[in-house]
Design a protein around this ligand. Structure first.
Ligand code: EPZ
Length: 425
């Protein structure tokens, strides 16, 4: 049975949405549980399909996982059984590749299935592999698996240059380098908040990492890491998604727990379209400027590594500017196939043409409800937002994509006035 969502559009969203913990920080944090035999307890972990997939993989490897409450998880990997991540786990969730760095760092050996491609692009892991080889690992690719073996005396720290910014690539190597002899410098590192927070977690576990938040992260290897407790940071992509929903429906939403600084660039873009984003004590208030009730100013923007426009917010922002007062453009520089929401939006009446990496949008006065198909996590939520602003009824099919990254999205939107319901087809 496949799940769909029926949405009746046209209502402004007004209310408060509590932002959950970051999926993309919680995933490496769970993998870091493999770095020590002592338990680590993570709080503010979002209840999501991807988190469940990572916990299933860790349990297979031998971790003892306790779900203390809805958003608190404790992991103990004192008794690891397998140093591997089989294809069945990795094909479901690419971030499973994050166990590679932890396993080879602590145990000196790992066999992890290659993730294979995904809807939004080839998403290679060649940079993960190359970096581990530079730390001294011997890596062979056989039957779709990465077999990695550290030297007998352990990995050896070195300078590693990344030709492109890779989030999980650097997170993987950071974990391996925690146990490498000597100093490792990761050059051209990402400065995304999730990577910074992840380095903070590793340091709380006894690692010796500096420079996170700059483009050169330095790791001095240590003998042992220990258990700790850690609060997962708020999910800036979830927050940005609901900020767009407020702007696009001409409503007003208080994003409770949203860290304004993690989205300051994005809020500036929303302000350019005529939306107010006000920093408050424990969150951000996003809503249409009274004087600009219905005007959505056009934008020309490109996705880029942080602090640029997050590729994970590209589809959502596109929905907002489908009704801009002029011509807008969005260029997707990170992934080669992340415009799969475009044909669906065009079916709802958007005027969008693709020219290479750039989508050109000619503003239209309205979108019309339609049956549409979700193709990946962020495209699925962009279609939900489109349904919230379209005239009439929209049905979004293949909703399982949505369950991967948006905790309690139905309740959160309904509390702000959205008319929606799920049903099975
Ligand atoms: C992380 O994916 C995020 N996932 C993605 O979020 C996010 O879109 C992406 O970073 C970019 O910000 C997690 O953090 C779990 P990359 P990741 O390595 O690490 C190429 C979501 O919706 N590349 O930063 O897999 C790659 O193909 C997800 O929450 C190589 O070529 O992305 C891409 O074009 C989707 N070889 C670019 O680099 C490599 O070895 C950036 O990829 C590694 C990456």
């Amino acid at each position: 049975m496949l799940e769909s969502m029926r949405i009746v559009g046209g209502k402004p969203l007004i209310g408060t949405i509590k932002i959950s913990g970051s999926k993309n920080m919680a995933l490496p944090a769970l993998a870091a549980g493999l770095l020590t035999e002592e338990p680590i307890t993570l709080t503010n972990v979002p209840e999501l399909a991807d988190i469940k997939s990572m916990m299933e993989l860790l349990s297979y490897i031998g971790a003892d996982i306790s779900q203390i409450d809805k958003n608190t998880v404790s992991i103990c990997t004192k008794n690891v059984k397998f140093l591997e991540a089989p294809y069945d786990f990795v094909r479901k969730m690419r971030a499973s590749i994050l166990v590679l760095g932890a396993l080879i760092g602590r145990f000196g050996s790992a066999s992890v299935s290659l993730p294979g491609g995904c809807a939004i692009g080839t998403r290679g892991v060649d940079l993960h592999i190359k970096a581990l080889e530079e730390l001294g690992a011997t890596i062979s690719l056989e039957n779709g698996y990465i077999h990695a073996q550290a030297p007998r005396d352990g990995l050896i720290g070195t300078d590693i240059n990344f030709p492109i910014v890779t989030i999980t690539g650097v997170e993987n190597v950071m974990m391996a380098a925690c146990y490498a002899k000597g100093t490792t410098r990761l050059i051209n590192s990402p400065i995304e908040p999730e990577v910074v927070a992840f380095a903070d977690l590793l340091n709380k576990m006894g690692a010796d990492i500096t420079g996170h938040g700059t483009h050169i992260i330095t790791i001095n290897g240590v003998e042992k890491l220990h258990g700790t407790e850690f609060l997962i940071i708020p999910d800036r992509i979830e927050a940005g998604t609901y900020a767009v929903a407020a702007a696009a429906t001409h409503g007003e939403i208080f994003l409770e727990n949203c860290n304004y600084d993690h989205l300051s660039g994005f809020f500036s873009l929303l302000q350019k379209t005529g939306t107010c984003c006000k920093k408050k004590d424990n969150g951000v208030l996003v809503g249409k400027a009274k004087s600009q009730e219905t005007i959505i100013h056009s934008l020309e923007v490109e996705t880029a590594p942080y602090p640029g426009l997050a590729t994970d917010l590209q589809a959502q922002l596109m929905v907002l500017i489908t009704r801009c007062n002029g011509v807008s453009s969005i260029t997707e520089n990170i992934f080669e196939n992340r415009f799969m929401h475009v044909p669906e939006l065009v079916r709802m009446g958007a005027d969008i043409s693709i020219h290479g990496k750039t989508a050109i949008l000619k503003g239209v006065p309205k979108l019309g409800g339609a049956h549409v198909m979700a193709t990946d996590l962020r495209a699925s939520v962009s279609l939900v937002i489109a349904g919230l602003i379209a005239e009439g009824e929209t049905v979004v099919n293949r909703l399982y994509h949505l369950n991967r990254g948006y905790e309690d999205i139905d309740e959160k939107l309904r509390k702000c006035g959205a008319i929606l319901e799920r049903f099975c087809v």
